[in-house]
Design a protein around this ligand. Structure first.
Ligand code: UGA
Length: 434
């Protein structure tokens, strides 16, 4: 069927990757966002976020990729509108869909469109509401599809082009076919279903991944109490092909723009349906406690934080991204400050941050500088730079060589041999022998 003209609404992580990948597949793409600065950067050949391979992809496909603030301009020549706007959590725990409704408002009179496709994560039932809104706006002939995204930050381009699956939910076969054809050239199977099921696939997949993380963190806590080593346990458990090794890394809990929000949204969705989804509530609770437990353990080791300096190594919610949305680092920094500690922090990608707790921390250009004179250090993000660090030099510059490895990144025996008191998650504390 050839190439299409696609308007992508939202130039965030998902929208930009979607737009750039569709341009690579040969489609003509216009990406629209409401943030002037973001569009200005893109128009000047820059990329406002860090995502592996994205800048290259945008540069290589710039003849098929334009950026605009103007919704009407984006829609005017489009055949397909892709909705990639964010859906934050409201105070009730539901997803805030106001940005999706704003996109729909700008489709007023756009009868020339072949389809509207929602990629944003939404509660089950949203598609039916959007369909009804489109019908009452006279857009009966325009198809609707849910096409949830499963890309992970840091590897989003790779995940888009080589996905485990492309899920297309539509109640109309022509629209399903159209959206499937947009993905010609994508290396992964297309799975077709109804709109509501497609919406649920996304929530269920993220909830199960989050469950694996919280489950592993619970096992880690029991390992600490019993002398077992969570890394050995999980390594062997993950060899069972029915379970697999993925999303079983113990740590400071999951963060980011997806798992925390989507697990709350699923809890709210089931609550709204009159069902108490106890398992997901426990997953959320375990995750909320995980960084607090780490701080409590460190506090006991240090004998309190008042007047102490703590180095935070990594602020991003995971390695490979500059994103700190719902990052454990924010909770850890806030808790440390509340307990009276001063914070020196380092991260290779996160840009300057305003507001609490970051405005009253000292930002350092390297991990060693962050640890200079510190009473303790915490590995918050699993940056590879930390694996390669000269930890003997770190021990020498710290006031006291005490490390809480919140990502089980380092080898306990080696750290002990260097002289560190080395604490980690789900493994026994090692006391320096040097
Ligand atoms: C996640 C999903 O992996 C994607 O499939 C999904 O499309 C995306 O959410 C979304 O809904 O948009 P992402 O949030 O980018 O992607 O990050 P992940 O790599 O999944 O990690 C999430 C969090 O879990 C991170 O804080 C990570 O450190 C933590 N995690 C992950 C663990 O603590 N342990 C693990 O074993 C795995």
């Amino acid at each position: 069927m050839g190439n299409r003209r696609i308007a992508v609404f939202g130039a965030g992580y998902i929208g930009l990757v979607t737009g750039a990948c569709f341009a690579k597949l040969g489609h003509e793409v216009v990406v629209r966002d409401i943030q002037e600065e973001r569009i200005a950067i893109l128009r000047n050949g820059g990329v406002p976020i860090h995502e592996d391979g994205l800048a290259e992809l945008i540069a290589q496909n710039s003849d098929r990729l334009t950026f605009t603030l103007d919704a009407q301009e984006a829609v005017r020549d489009a055949e397909v509108v892709y909705v990639c706007v964010d859906t934050p959590t409201t105070p009730s725990g539901d997803a805030d869909l106001s940005r999706i409704w704003q996109v729909l408002d700008s489709l007023h009179g756009a009868r020339h469109l072949a389809a509207v496709v929602v990629k944003s994560t939404v509660p089950v039932g949203t598609g039916a509401r959007v369909r009804a809104a489109m019908d009452s706006a006279g857009l009966h002939a325009v198809g609707y599809a849910a096409n949830p995204e499963f890309t992970a930050e840091g590897r989003a381009v790779q995940d888009f082009l080589h996905p485990d699956r492309v899920v297309i939910g539509s109640d109309d076969p022509d629209t399903t076919k159209l959206v499937a054809q947009l993905h010609d050239g994508v290396d992964g199977p297309v799975v077709e279903m109804d709109v509501a099921s497609a919406e649920m696939v996304k929530l269920a997949a993220n909830a199960l991944l989050a469950t694996k993380v919280s489950f592993t963190n619970e096992i880690a806590t029991i390992c600490e109490a019993t002398g077992a080593d969570v890394e050995r346990v999980v390594g062997a458990v993950g060899l069972d092909h029915r379970l697999g090794p993925h999303f079983m890394r113990a740590g400071l809990g999951y963060g980011g723009s997806c798992f925390p929000k989507d697990s709350r949204a699923l809890r709210a969705l089931s609550g709204n349906a009159g069902y108490a989804f106890q398992l997901i509530s426990s997953v959320i609770e375990v995750n909320d406690l995980q960084p607090r437990r780490a701080i409590q353990r460190l506090k006991e080791e240090l004998g309190g934080f008042q007047g102490r300096t703590v180095a935070l190594l990594g602020m991003a919610f995971k390695a490979g991204t500059d994103d700190i949305r719902e990052a454990p680092s924010t909770i850890i920094a806030s808790r440390l400050q509340a307990e009276g500690a001063s914070i020196r922090c380092w991260d290779p990608l996160v840009r300057a941050l305003d507001g609490a707790p970051w405005s009253s921390t000292t930002r350092c250009p390297s991990p060693l500088e962050a640890m200079d004179g510190a009473d303790a250090a915490v590995v918050v993000t699993e940056w590879p730079q930390l694996q390669e660090l000269a930890w003997d030099e770190a021990a020498a510059v710290m006031r006291r060589p005490l490390l809480f490895d919140g990502r089980n990144l380092l080898d306990p025996v080696q750290m002990g041999a260097i002289g560190f008191t080395y604490m980690s998650v789900g493994r026994s504390t090692v006391r320096g022998t040097a």
